[in-house]
Design a protein around this ligand. Sequence first.
Ligand code: SF4
Length: 345
Amino acid sequence: MEKFVILGKNLKQMEDFMIDNSQSKFRAKQLYNWVYLNSVSDIDLMSNLPLQTREMLKEKAVLTTISVKDKQVSKDSTIKYLFEMGDGSYSEAVLMRFDNRSNLTACISTQVGCPMNCAFCATAKLGFKRNLTCDEIIQQIFLIQSDMSVKVTNIVFMGQGEPLLNLDNLLSSIKIFREQFQIGSRRITVSTCGIIPAINKLAEMDFQSTLAVSLHAPNQEIRKSIMPVALKYPFDDLLSALKSYTEKTSRRVTIEYVLMKGINDSVNNAKDLAYAISKLKCNVNLIVYNQNDKSNFKKADKISVQKFKYILEASGKKVTIRLERGADIDAACGQLSSKFSNKKV
Ligand code: SF4
């Protein structure tokens, strides 16, 4: 018989499960607290549950269907996790702390691999295997919390995969993060490479988490040369969709822009970008490319990054530079999985 997967269930579902298995309803609340408040991953450690309840849980339920396969810790204390799914495939997540602030941000995956084929991306080289289920998405946060004995405060959907191609499971997982894990909508960011129909859907449902868009180019010509998605959803159409998204939701979007040397990092590129997004309610996040040995792309020089920032700021935009995290480990998405995939060959 298929086991009951505890993670992801709400209190009512846990109560029904306890009652179906001749336990008191009250035991569900205790289980709920162990899972969501304390991230305890060993049923034997749930000390206020009677032995008989724990034995029943071990027989009829599992906490998670994924497990930590590997973990790398960077000198800057960024931690990269490789998770193994029930079917033997892998997904990745990264835990980061910025500027010694108390916020702990986890970057998680929504797909195994990715079908979008961006030229600069390590994940793209893995190809696409499948969508993660809602359970698999949320278990990443549970396993990180449980492994580190910490509470994740912010979630970014920027790991492997295109979240808006797995929209139903993405939205179900966000609901569970809000309701069960008590992580507010405003502390959740979804990053997309620009799937216009899904952006329109989010606008219709008045999405209240942050939408980040990986633009990475100041015009259609450069964008289509590095991001095949631009052939289907062109640059100008994407900006129009974002404009109506900000009008419908009254939320600012974040423009993500990875600076790659000689590709999109010139002064003219910065001016073109400033012009293209001048009417869009947005902040800009510049990212220094996480160079790796599998890619021919190089990171932009420090001076180009600063010039780029000044030009956008002069146009009135709020601009941040995302620091390179975990450069000594395989923190760019896809790098750790690709290592394991290579080992398996
Ligand atoms: S950058 Fe994002 S959307 Fe593009 S291939 Fe990589 S994971 Fe997919």
